[in-house]
Design a protein around this ligand. Structure first.
Ligand code: UT7
Length: 386
């Protein structure tokens, strides 16, 4: 059995910032209300050219630089997301293509805001059993695309971004020590995002409503989710510590899903740990769902909140309902990668995109020469038929 260590981390958030004051001009809300009830002051919003996959790629590319791992060595890519562009191809497959990770398996994982912790555990298990030697685990979201921007109860809460870690197997004890994964589908209606094909009608009626909300947008019973969150953070942290053989005093930092500073305060009180032991950055990013924990991890590292041999706990909660926690020993110091080597890596990604385009055009040319109609031509033929 190998130990799965985090050896690289990276984040990417879009450059466009939407402040509470901007929201005041869009809907009936106030900076004072949002900041007091949630702690959030601003969030980042993807521009028209950015997608969940491009944000995920940027975060993964940065994590691979820290890990000093070449994309062609990557064996598994998991993207935790609730906002994929496509059901298939998965966001993970698009990231695999952008990276040029030619030897990687890739799939998406859906567990809402708990998704990153679920994915981390899946990857750690695959490494522990020897199924793969390393993995890139990404949490990425474009929440701005699934919000009803007239619903002040939800649209002020979320933001876009991506965070990634690279895991690698090692004989050195440590890394991902233990995880707890839980779910309760009976609470599915408390926080949901109906898919576009949930009902055949919405394609014909763009203003179709589901449970009183615009179709294909997030609906949430905030108060119930709040109560659920404070309870499960404490429960899953306690259970995970027990499995990992840790006591509360052994835990240096808890990185919770970033939804609301009041949830974090309540969970700290319930666990009887000082609030300072919880890391928060929700103020500047809002709730980025599956991306929030890996982004917070990157910020905690750059803020100097994690040191070699620290024990850190990730804890997520969200739609499903799902919740999950992982205890990690932070005991691998990353190699410092020189600037020229980093630039060389960036150049490889441009090459990967070029290679992918050539393959795609090659396939089309082969089909055309072989007399097979292209998908577009097939569609034209179907439409022509009486
Ligand atoms: O990652 C997914 C997990 N999600 C969460 O963790 C979210 C958990 N829930 C929460 O964080 C909180 O419940 C919210 C921040 C969503 C809401 O805070 P709350 O203190 O529970 O407010 P509330 O929903 O009970 O609403 C209180 C009042 C209502 O007005 P009335 O009925 O008392 O007159 C709302 O209409 O605040 C009003 N309100 C707002 N006012 C100004 C709701 N949203 C807004 C808003 N601006 N954006």
């Amino acid at each position: 059995m190998k130990y799965a260590h985090i050896i690289g981390w990276g984040k990417y958030v879009p450059s466009r910032v939407l402040t509470n004051h901007d929201l005041e001009r869009m809907i009936n809300t106030s900076d004072e209300w949002i900041a007091r009830r949630t702690g959030i002051r601003e969030r980042h919003i993807a521009d028209a050219r950015e997608t969940t996959a491009t944000l995920a790629f940027e975060a993964a590319a940065r994590a691979l630089v820290v890990a000093d791992l070449h994309p062609s060595q990557v064996e598994l890519i998991i993207v935790a997301t609730s906002t994929p562009e496509y059901i298939f191809p998965s966001t993970a497959c698009r990231v695999q293509d952008y990276l040029g990770a030619i030897k990687a398996g890739a799939f998406d994982l859906s567990a809402a805001c708990s998704g990153f912790v679920y994915a981390l555990d899946m990857a750690a298990q695959a490494i522990a059993t020897g199924s793969v030697r390393n993995a890139v685990v990404i949490g990425a979201e474009t929440m701005s695309r699934v919000l009803d921007w007239e619903d002040r109860g939800t649209c002020v809460l979320f933001g876009d971004g991506a965070g990634a870690v690279v895991l690698k197997g090692s004989d050195i004890e440590g890394g991902v020590l233990a995880s707890t994964l839980r779910s309760d589908g009976s609470g599915g209606d408390l926080l949901s995002l109906p898919a576009i094909y949930h009902n055949p009608v919405p394609t014909l009626e763009p203003e179709y409503f589901h449970n009183g909300h615009k179709h294909n947008t997030i609906t949430m019973d905030g108060r119930q989710v709040f109560r659920f969150a404070t309870q499960v953070i404490a429960d899953s942290v306690n259970e995970t510590m027990l499995k990992a053989g840790l006591r509360l005093e052994d835990v240096n930092l808890i990185i919770p899903h970033q939804a609301n500073t009041r949830i974090i305060e309540a969970a700290a009180k319930r666990l009887k740990v000082p609030e300072e032991r919880f890391y928060t950055n929700v103020q500047l990013l809002g709730n980025t769902s599956a991306a929030s924990i890996p982004i917070a991890l990157c910020d905690a590292v750059s803020d100097g909140r994690l040191h070699p041999d620290d024990n850190v706990i990730f804890v997520g909660f969200g739609g499903g309902l799902t919740w999950a926690a992982s205890a990690v020993k932070w005991n691998v110091t990353p190699p410092t990668v020189s600037r020229p080597r980093q630039e060389w890596r960036r150049a490889r990604y441009v090459y990967a995109r070029g290679r992918s385009k050539i393959k795609r055009y090659g396939r089309r040319l082969g089909a055309w020469l072989g007399g097979s109609p292209t998908p577009d031509a097939k569609m034209r033929d179907i439409k022509k038929k009486p």
